[in-house]
Design a protein around this ligand. Structure first.
Ligand SMILES: NC(=O)c1ccc[n+]([C@@H]2O[C@H](COP(=O)([O-])OP(=O)(O)OC[C@H]3O[C@@H](n4cnc5c(N)ncnc54)[C@H](OP(=O)(O)O)[C@@H]3O)[C@@H](O)[C@H]2O)c1
Length: 170
């Protein structure tokens, strides 16, 4: 763990090839997964890359939104901006401590940010979507020192897509 008493959590949905995005958008719409994401992160602090914020087009309500960019001129109403991963994590710690989820920092994408933080993640909240969407943003390989500690299988009523909510810990 990079910071004392702070659990770094990845929250992400991926397909069978670990694809998480296509054309700077989510490749699927599974409302139960959006609810799952909300339940995990609401009241807490989320950290994301600039492209993920722009793909959502809005900040996430009831969460402190930290965005990472290299562009010193970039801004978006309602976000806090950091210019490196280290800066984002260091500064977000104070927000985490005063949030409703005071021990967890939620990293929510996208591919570039997951790749650079998988080495410091303590818990992974992964939704495995039973699709192969051939997109352009990917989650890194799950390191061997993570083990799946919880799993729930579902099928989306509307689309028939099968998916699994899985928790991994070191
Ligand atoms: N399925 C899911 O759960 C999920 C979750 C999130 C996102 N997504 C998808 O993932 C895709 C976006 O992912 P992505 O990999 O293309 O982009 P991203 O990780 O969201 O953002 C990349 C941007 O972050 C900034 N950045 C990255 N590393 C940095 C560093 N070390 N220091 C400073 N800034 C840094 C840069 O911004 P600047 O260019 O401004 O400098 C870079 O262009 C979209 O398709 C989105 O829908 C899926």
């Amino acid at each position: 763990m990079a910071f004392q008493n702070l659990e770094i959590v990845h929250v992400v949905a991926m397909d069978q090839q670990r694809c998480i995005g296509k054309g700077n958008d989510l490749p699927w719409h599974i409302s139960a997964d959006l609810q799952h994401f909300k339940a995990i992160t609401q009241g807490g602090v989320v950290v994301m890359g600039r492209k993920t914020l722009e793909s959502m087009g809005r900040t996430l309500p009831k969460r402190v939104n930290w965005v990472i960019t290299r562009d010193r001129n970039w801004s978006f109403e309602g976000t806090k901006v950091a210019y490196s991963i280290d800066e984002a994590l260091t500064q977000a710690v104070a927000d985490v401590a005063s949030s409703e989820k005071p021990t967890s920092l939620f990293i929510i994408g996208g591919g570039e940010i997951f790749k650079q933080t998988i080495g410091i993640a303590d818990r992974l909240e992964l939704t495995h979507v039973e699709l192969d969407v051939q997109g352009d943003a990917h989650y890194p390989e799950i390191p061997a020192d993570f083990q799946k500690v919880a799993s729930e299988q579902h099928i989306d009523d509307k689309t028939g897509i099968a998916f699994e909510f899985a928790t991994y810990r070191k």
